[in-house]
Ligand binder design. Structure first.
Ligand SMILES: Cc1ncc(COP(=O)(O)O)c(C=O)c1O
Length: 448
């Protein structure tokens, strides 16, 4: 007799699997994990294992895991190594899908809950992805376009955003167009950006693709004003002609006090392995509940029983798409995905408003000091309303690569922006303090 998967779990017995998982050091709730006093910024910095030889001003690129996240990854890893089958079957809620007795909440649901609390939405509005790149591809590929539809985007977005648009547009016979919201980043102005977007929306525009904080210039978009302009353009349009706003949120998500769900966008994708400090290889998509029905999933999901049950019964799922159906399936580096919850908890314990204020203060200190150096030009707006955690600058007479190389020789980790027009970047963040900012600026002064 061959056993199918449902019979197999039933025959082995859930209690056996559950106890096997329980023996392997189940994760403890994050709130009870540490008695650190995060009111002290040095205590926050001490959570990171960054090499002290270097001044790390590129933490926004890829994260160093803070201690609570490292500890959670380690706990999940031990569970998985002790009993991979039981841990995945139990932790992913597969046993519950199969009608077996379940533990309390599946680990991905805990992640959705933590993410939703942080971003101001609901757990069932959050899909789990691997990165911003994956999220954007799932959104653009999942939307329905017809020949003649237009995707309007800007010249300021990252390669992965433009590629996600290009691939989706080519497949569907849609067109796409880029506009500049500003010319010189240092002179970017909110009203001008709104007017340019408003003027560019055409009769066939179906999507506006934006990026919250541009990693090529450091400009932060006035998101509320921009989404308001799109809402006005939608006022006399029918549901099928509505212009949707898709946001690459990655460089605002984790350094702003504005909840993502309050920006007025229709879909937002963000890697959580940058400013959120979640494990490398993690990200989310957030969309208000009503919008999920607009997406066709691209990758079979393991995060909901409905598509699986429909497949077993030999028909497509009957209800509209839900967020969990868009979380790509296939087995994952689960210790990383499940430990995402601890990163949101880390932010909650420090405080979103405090984090935003701290990053703004360090960035203002850095920009003001850089701007005071002769032969250095700060390209990112000085105004915190139009900038976030990334500072682009140029040193007269030096290429960005030279500047970054010379900073490296002085133990400062800066970066160049990966765009056709490239700039040197410093990104003061929670891993830095005022003295480190002074030291980085001193190094730039020496080079200039
Ligand atoms: C604006 C922007 N979007 C997307 C990405 C890609 O992010 P991910 O690694 O999460 O796919 C980057 C890269 O750092 C970026 O700067």
């Amino acid at each position: 007799m061959t056993l199918n998967r449902r019979d197999f779990v039933a025959s082995v017995g859930w209690s056996f699997l559950a106890s096997a998982a329980a023996r392997a050091d189940a994760p403890k709730p994050a709130a009870a994990a540490g008695a650190e006093n995060f009111s002290d910024w040095s205590e926050v910095r001490a959570q990171f294992d960054l090499s002290p030889e270097w001044l790390h001003f590129s933490q926004f690129y890829i994260v160093s895991h803070p201690r609570p996240v490292r500890a959670a990854i380690e706990r999940y890893r031990r569970m998985l190594d002790a009993n991979p089958f039981a841990t995945v079957e139990h932790g992913m809620g597969f046993a519950a899908f199969l009608g077996q007795q379940s533990q309390d909440v599946a680990f991905p649901v805990r992640v959705q809950q933590a993410a939703a609390q942080y971003l101001g939405g609901r757990p069932d509005e959050v899909a789990l992805t691997d990165s911003t790149t994956t999220g954007l591809a799932l959104i653009y590929n999942g939307l329905t376009f017809t020949p003649g539809d237009e995707i309007l985007t800007t010249t300021h977005d990252h390669y992965v955003h433009h590629e996600a648009i290009r691939l989706a547009a080519e497949r569907n016979g849609a067109s796409w167009r880029r506009i500049a919201l500003y010319d010189a980043p240092e002179a970017a102005a909110a009203e001008q950006m709104v007017e340019r977007l408003r003027g560019a929306i055409g009769a066939r525009t179906r999507v506006v693709g934006l990026t919250w904080v541009h990693s090529g210039t450091g400009v932060k978009l006035p998101m509320r004003a921009l989404t308001q302009a799109v809402a006005e353009a939608n006022r006399n349009r029918g549901e099928h002609e509505r212009v949707l706003v898709v946001l690459d949120a990655v460089h605002g998500f984790g350094n702003q006090d504005m909840p993502l769900a309050g920006l007025g966008v229709d879909f937002a994708a963000a890697g959580t392995h940058k400013w959120i400090f979640a494990p490398r290889g993690t990200g989310i998509i957030w969309a208000p509940e009503k919008n999920w029905a607009l997406l066709r999933p691209t990758i079979p999901s393991f995060y909901s029983s409905e598509p699986f049950a429909a497949w077993e019964d030999g028909h497509p799922p009957q209800t509209p798409t839900r967020a969990a159906w868009v979380s790509p399936g296939g087995f994952k580096a689960y210790e990383h995905q499940w430990a995402m919850a601890e990163a949101f908890e880390f932010h909650r314990r420090i405080g979103r408003a405090r984090i935003a204020a701290r990053i703004a203060a360090l960035n203002t200190q850095c920009k003001d000091a850089l701007a005071a150096i002769p032969r250095v030009k700060v390209l990112t707006p000085r105004d915190a309303a139009l900038s976030a955690g990334i500072i682009c600058f140029e040193v007269q007479g030096r290429t960005p690569e030279e500047t970054v190389q010379r900073l490296l020789e002085r133990k400062v980790i800066a970066s160049t922006s990966p765009y056709k027009v490239t700039h040197a970047r410093l990104a003061p963040s929670l891993v830095n303090d005022e003295r480190q900012v002074e030291a980085a600026v001193r190094a730039v002064r020496e080079i200039a």
